[in-house]
Ligand binder design. Structure first.
Ligand code: ATR
Length: 299
């Protein structure tokens, strides 16, 4: 971390509640040091009721920029001056940059997912058929990234069906070229429709700490299909273990976490972080998980 702080040091940070678990300070500070940039990245715990005051405070303090994490990604939208097209479409912000008195909200989650799918799975999104688990903010970012990258169809499967319907309805006009549909979560239980899925993505927190969806059976999926889990702790989630049992290419969300961080870093500093640095720092911090557990399983 940059310990040579002066009056000129640029302040970056992350707001969330809680935020103590965040690995962003680690990877962002590593990139600042590696490039010799005079910035420091600080975690700021901000309770939901203090969000407005915190944003005003960060504005008044003249910070260069900050990340936004759970539970503020959607609530912060109305507190900013400018939104990027991506953030407006997704309806959530994970990166804010100050330019003069104005705060611009951006979303690097969609780009982070697409980068990770390409780098970690070598997945060709154009024309693909995707099954998305979940209908929250992470699913919104995923659908925007996937449709912009040319996915042919996206089926949204969610525990609460109404929420999946609403999500699909929100994006039908923006992405009229893609076939958007909904399904019950039961599709995971060996449904024959899995045969026509090229990519299964979990955007929910199910998998965290080893939690699992009921009765998952991915046996019908085609041998060339891929599985991506945004969860990365444990590295081998139950969903990824099922993918591995079926010899499907799969990856966890470490690559997305790193890639959204790389995009945020470039947005703030105008510099590209060293290739692979953020991801390697994350993997080291996640407890010496071996490459097998973080990279494509069946390659
Ligand atoms: P995020 O911004 O990370 O997407 P979110 O907006 O709170 O978080 O959305 C969480 C998603 O995970 C939702 O789709 C939620 O399903 P519901 O709409 O039914 O609440 C899904 N989710 C959370 N816990 C789940 C569980 N135990 N089983 C299935 N889905 C779950």
């Amino acid at each position: 971390m940059n310990t040579n702080l002066t009056g000129k040091t640029g302040i970056l940070g992350i707001i969330g509640w809680p935020v103590a678990h965040s690995l962003s300070p680690l990877m962002q500070n590593a990139a600042c040091v590696a490039l010799g940039l005079d910035y420091v990245y600080v975690p700021f715990p901000v309770a939901p009721e203090n969000l407005r005051k915190a944003v005003d405070g960060l504005r008044a303090l003249g910070v260069t920029g900050f990340n936004v994490t759970i539970p503020h990604k959607e609530a912060i939208v109305g507190l900013l001056d400018i939104l990027s097209d991506e953030a407006r479409l997704i309806g959530a912000v994970n990166t804010v940059k100050r330019e003069g008195d104005r705060l611009t909200g951006h979303n690097t989650d969609a780009a982070g997912l697409i980068t990770s799918l390409q780098d970690d799975l070598e997945f060709d999104i154009k024309g693909s058929r995707v099954l998305l688990l979940g209908a929250g903010g992470a699913a919104r970012a995923a659908i925007v990234g996937l449709c912009r990258a040319g996915a042919a169809s996206v089926i949204v499967a969610n525990r609460t069906p109404d929420k999946a319907e609403r999500l699909v309805a929100d994006f039908r006009s923006a992405f009229s070229g893609a076939n958007l549909a909904v399904s019950p979560l039961d599709i995971l239980k060996g449904d024959q429709r899995l045969k026509d899925v090229d990519l299964l993505i979990n955007t929910t927190a199910v998998g965290l700490g080893g939690t699992t969806f009921d009765g998952v059976d991915l046996a019908p999926m085609a041998p060339c299909a891929c599985v991506y889990d945004m969860v990365y702790s444990p590295a081998l989630t139950p969903l990824l273990a099922e993918a591995r049992r079926n010899s499907l290419r799969s990856a966890n969300g470490v690559g997305m976490l790193a890639a959204q961080g790389e995009a945020a870093f470039s947005f703030w500093t105008g510099c590209e972080p060293p290739n692979g640095l953020m991801k390697s720092r994350l993997m080291a911090a996640l407890g010496g998980q071996d490459m097998l557990d973080n990279e494509v399983y069946s390659k």
